[in-house]
Every structure is written in C-alpha cells, then in structure tokens.
Design a protein around this ligand. Structure first.
Ligand code: GCU
Length: 421
C-alpha cells in the first residue's frame, strides 16, 4: 500500500457561475512591456517581451526549472503487432538525472506501421498510468503512487490490473495511427507525483540539488511536468520513426496547463493543444467565473510556485493574464478545446484569452482568432493560428475533440509527409 494517502479536496461551494454577475475587468495589454514600452514588431516581441513574460510566469506562477539535463534512453519492450498490427508499440525508459534518485520516465510510444517516413506525433501526460490509456495487457502497469477517486475505483493509490484501459477514451491510438500520427504518453507520477507531500520520486527529486525547493519561485508540479515533456521530446529526437520537428504537445485539464507551459518554454514543440485547461491554463484569471486562483492554490498547492498563492483573490495584481501564456506560443499554432458544461474551466474565459492573444500573432503577420463569444456554436472549430472549439458535454477529452484537433494540425502541416492538405 502506498504511504501517501491524498485525494484532491472537493470543489468549493463559493463559485460564481452567473454570467450576468461577472464584474468587469481590464486585461494588461500583452503588447506593453513592464516599463511601459509598446511592443510593435515581431523582433521586439522575441528580443524583449517574450523573455520578460517567460520570466514572469516562471517567477509568479509555475516556478523556475533547472536547465535541461541529458537523458538516457533504453528500449524496454517492442511489439510490432500491437493494435492488430496497426502500430508498433514501444516502451522506453527515459532516465533524467544521475545515480541515486534519478527519475525514470516510462514512455509509451505507438507508431503507425507502414509510414513512408518519420511520422508526426502527439505527446501528452496521462493521469493514472500508461496501462490506463489502452487495454493492451502487455503494457507495464504504472509503479508508485496513483491518484485515487470514485471515478478511478483504484484502491489505496495502487495501480491495478482492473484499471487497464480505463482512460482509453482519452487516447484514441487507432484513430491517430490511421491518420498517420504517433501517440506518445507518459504517466504524470513518473515525472512528478501529483500530491502535495514530500516525495522521493520524479524530476524535482532527481534534480533536487539544482534549485532551492523552498524558494518562493521554485518549480511546482506543472513546471516539473512541462520539464518532463521536454525531456521526452529529447528522447523522441533519438527515435528515427518520429519526426521530432512535428511533435504536438497535448493535454487535458491539469496536463493542458502543463502542455501550454511546456510549449511556451520549449519552441521545439510545433503545436500545443489544451483541453479543459481552465484556471492557470487558457482561462483568464481576472474573469470571476468558475475556478479561481484561491480555489486552485488551496486545493492543489503543489502545482505552482509559492509566489502564486499570493494572488488568491488578488488576480488584478498579476502583471499579466493567461492570454500572455497563449501568446508565448506565437507564431506557432495553438489549439484550445473546451466543453459546454465544463463551467468550472470557464469555456468563455478560455475563448477570451484566445482573442486577447491574437494581436501577438498579428505581429508575425498571422491571424489568431476573430470570433465573437456570442457567435460560438457547438462542434464548430474557429480560428486560424489559434484554434478553438466547444463541444457539448462535460470535462473530458474525447475522439470528438481529436477530430477537430487533427484537422487543425493538418492545416498547419503537422501531418504525414507527402499528405496533401
Ligand atoms: C480540478 C482542478 C482543475 C483541473 C482539474 C483536472 O478540477 O480544479 O484546475 O484542471 O482538476 O486536472 O482534472
């Protein structure tokens, strides 16, 4: 039995869901630097405003990370006939750090067979273990602590045989393979266990000498997950079957936050996709609707650096808002998926962030998204370099979301080589 017993606390009762009562708010202009200078060119954005915003997000929200360290990659298993011969499935052990306490990220890779060259890939973190993304009984069970909740039915934080394939709906391996994409995933707990207690596992532990973990700006779990995604990308650069220049980082909910932060920092990611990423993801923090900073820092203190906690009920004091996170991806494409009933994540607040990030894309001569929030219809994909859709239903990522995401990826040439678009 795991020694850490922790379940995420229930959602609070004091949540605003009444659109008519949302107080007006003013967003900091993403194109005005801290000293008041207006940013008027792509060069000035790159040279000045982008580094400044990366520094602000590191210091005030997610926490600083150490510089990249080299990874060691070992192939743990290969099955050339997975999914009835549609894909080759590999499990890689990607080691971060040296010696005692180094982190071993167990990376699950599904590559479509018969491709004409290296394939593009979607890379994302899973919540409950690699064995939950597909029912294939040969996939290794996760090790260590896993979250426990009524939904998972996983007792005592132990990975179980019964949980195999339980999140397969979020990882449409066959759909992606048939469309020419690899799918790569890693269990969050291998990178950084998702609980607020002391841990002797993951990249923050492996690299514990690199940073003072008690500092107000030391990395929280979201930064650790983002760092881990970059280390997995390092490993993919060593796999000839995958085109590392066409890797989309994707995540749902807490991992949508991590995907955006990973792509903001690491420009090797060709595309970022965040579904239901909500508070501290794509949602504007200043909009008083659904989850707010006070809620998230109380229930999930370990996701952030300590400095972020000071913005609970003081969102207006943040020198930026989450539209700046999306803007950090410019000029690369970014896709935000939300769901009608996922009010906690604030679908409208996510769309408003997309709109407010668009002027940065314009600096690069690209259009972001231009649609009025009132015009949004369900199941329609909007936007150009910033994509957005809202599907019916609740907090999840489903094949219906991937459907829009694949069309968007193809439109931006993140597709099988030789395929036309
Ligand atoms: C909680 C949390 C959200 C988060 C979500 C998830 O609901 O409040 O911020 O996105 O968990 O990761 O599923």
């Amino acid at each position: 039995m795991s020694t850490v017993r922790w379940v995420s606390p229930p959602r609070p009762a004091d949540v605003d869901y009444d659109e008519a009562r949302v107080p007006p708010f003013e967003l900091p202009d993403v194109l005005v630097a801290s000293d008041g200078t207006r940013i008027a060119s792509a060069e000035a954005w790159r040279a000045r405003r982008r580094p400044e915003l990366l520094e602000l997000f590191s210091r005030e929200v997610y926490g600083r990370t150490p510089p990249p360290v080299p990874v060691r990659v070992a192939v743990a298993s290969v099955d050339e006939q997975a999914c009835f011969g549609l894909v080759t499935r590999r499990e890689l052990d990607v080691t971060v750090g040296e010696g005692d306490g180094s982190a071993v990220l167990r990376v699950l890779v599904f590559v479509p067979r018969g491709a004409r060259g290296p394939v593009p890939a979607f890379l994302g973190i899973n919540l409950l273990g690699n064995h939950t993304v597909h029912p294939d009984p040969k996939i290794r069970l996760a090790t260590g602590w896993v979250p426990q909740s009524p939904e998972t039915g996983i007792p005592d934080h132990e990975p179980t045989e019964a949980s195999r394939g339980m999140h397969a709906r979020r990882w449409p391996v066959e759909l992606l393979a048939a469309a020419g994409y690899a799918l790569v995933t890693v269990y969050a707990g291998d990178i950084d266990p998702d609980h607020p207690y002391a841990r002797e596992r993951g990249v923050r532990y492996a690299l514990r000498d690199a940073l003072d973990l008690d500092a107000g700006d030391a990395w929280g779990a979201i930064s650790a997950w983002a760092y881990g995604l970059s280390r997995v990308l390092d490993a993919l650069e060593q796999l000839p079957e995958i085109d590392a220049a066409r890797v989309a980082v994707i995540g749902h909910s807490r991992f949508g936050k991590a995907a955006l932060w990973a792509a903001a920092r690491d420009e090797r990611f060709a595309l970022a996709v965040a579904s239901g990423s909500g508070c501290a993801g794509a949602k504007l923090s200043r909009r008083r609707f659904g989850e707010r900073v006070a809620h998230i820092t109380t229930r999930f203190p370990h996701w952030f650096c300590k400095n972020f906690h000071a913005y609970a009920d003081r969102e207006d004091a943040l020198p930026f808002d989450q539209h700046a996170l999306l803007a950090l991806l410019a000029p690369r494409p970014v896709y935000i998926a939300s769901a009608e009933q996922d009010l906690w994540a604030d679908p409208k607040g996510e769309l408003l962030a997309c709109l407010a990030a668009s002027p940065v894309y314009a600096l690069f001569g690209r259009s972001g998204i231009d649609v009025s929030p009132e015009a949004i219809r369900l199941n329609v994909s909007y936007g150009d370099h910033i994509g957005y859709h809202r599907r019916p239903g609740g907090h999840d990522i489903l094949a219906a979301d991937f459907w829009h995401v694949l069309a968007f990826a193809r439109r931006h040439a993140i597709q099988e080589s030789g395929a036309s678009h």
